[in-house]
Design a protein around this ligand. Structure first.
Ligand code: OKP
Ligand code: ZN
Length: 351
């Protein structure tokens, strides 16, 4: 198995996020990826390469792929946001502070930076700092290069992406996410000739952005197992009756589970999603991997144990299709490396 990684993510490190009414240090931090990398090296799970090493053309092609998933005005907003913010004399993180309410008659894009911050986000959980743009453009290249490698030869590729992406929609950020790395990887595989991509999201949180991007499409089958939206963030999507629309009708499945669910409940949902994926006869699987389903996660509410990730990898391997793993969440920093490593070991060693 080959891992794709780039150092650029270190430049993105938010200062604070809201938790229970208080500003606390961001859970989503550079050490998360460092811990995963350390575990992969220790376990000798295979070569760790940069995007340019495996796919030199990525530097001239990533923007085209990105623009098929995200709107150009949103990309331009992110590209220029910090320059505008610092020109206004600010040095601290940017955070949005106002969103359009329901029944707003016509939502126009404000000129002010505060207005655009609200327009291009759904929460205050995606701070922008000086290094955000270099980090998110680096990591989107990690995702594209991983997809390219899967297309060329490998049966398993791991994209060590950070920050995560599954909450980001076509023109909005939120929940630590800016660009939807998994959606971009799926798009690259389609551009390389794949007809059908299955996208399985096992992060604790509903992949609302990914669902939104592919909701009306039948070329990407979206499956998500997550905390019940009645109780869990982001809370407005992820119900089982959201099944797609138009040509995408029937190509979206959600498996909401109650807080406190453990491997016995979780693995039943996985089995259902794998039946769907097998039936779809996908050319490749994009796995949005969050290990925040772990019992020790500080912001999530499932009860998976470290050994369960080996079984998870094995069950996914039984679907017998090429898999590109895209890293999403996981905030128990001490165990994030072990849990990720276990998933990858399971994927490579079916029972
Ligand atoms: C990103 B990913 C709950 C606060 C939630 C945002 C969580 C974003 C998770 N008390 N804050 O899906 O791992
Ligand atoms: Zn998550």
């Amino acid at each position: 198995m080959i891992t794709l990684y780039s150092e650029g993510h270190h430049q993105h490190h938010g200062q604070a996020e809201l938790k229970d009414g208080q500003l606390v240090p961001c859970f989503e931090k550079p050490a998360r990826a460092d811990m995963i990398l350390a575990q992969l090296r220790e376990a000798h799970l295979g070569a760790i390469k940069t995007p340019e090493e495996v796919y030199p053309e990525v530097q001239s092609h990533w923007q085209q792929t990105l623009a098929k998933v995200h709107s150009q005005d949103y990309i331009d907003f992110l590209a220029n946001a910090w320059r505008e913010w610092s020109a206004a004399g600010h040095q601290h993180d940017m955070l949005p502070l106002a969103w359009p309410p329901r029944r707003t008659t016509s939502i126009r894009i404000p000129d002010s930076l505060d207005g655009r911050l609200g327009y291009y986000s759904f929460d205050a959980g995606a701070p922008i700092n000086a290094g955000t743009w270099p980090a998110i453009t680096d990591t989107v290249q990690v995702a594209i290069a991983a997809a390219e490698l899967l297309h060329r030869q490998q049966s398993h590729v791991f994209a060590l992406t950070r920050p995560p992406g599954h909450h980001a929609g076509r023109d909005y950020m939120g929940g630590y996410c800016y660009f939807n790395n998994a959606a971009v990887a799926a798009q690259h595989l389609l551009d390389r000739g794949a007809q059908r991509i299955a996208l399985l999201d096992v992060d604790f949180h509903h992949g609302n952005g990914t669902q939104d991007i592919f909701y009306a499409r039948d070329d990407v089958l979206f499956q998500s197992i997550h905390g019940d939206p009645r109780a869990c963030y982001p809370g407005f999507t992820g119900y089982a009756d959201e099944t797609g629309e138009g040509p995408g009708k029937g190509f979206n499945q959600n498996y909401p589970l109650l807080p406190g669910s453990d491997w016995s409940e979780w693995s039943q949902a996985l089995a259902l999603s794998i039946i769907k994926i097998n039936h779809y006869a996908a050319d490749a699987l994009v796995l949005s991997l969050g290990v925040d389903t772990f019992e020790g996660d500080p912001i999530s509410h499932f009860k998976l144990k470290s050994e369960d990730y080996i079984k998870m990898g094995q069950r996914i391997a039984e679907a017998n299709i090429p898999v590109v793993v895209i890293m999403e969440g996981g905030y128990a920093v001490e165990e994030i490396g072990l849990n990720t490593r276990n998933l990858l070991i399971g994927l490579m060693t079916p029972p």
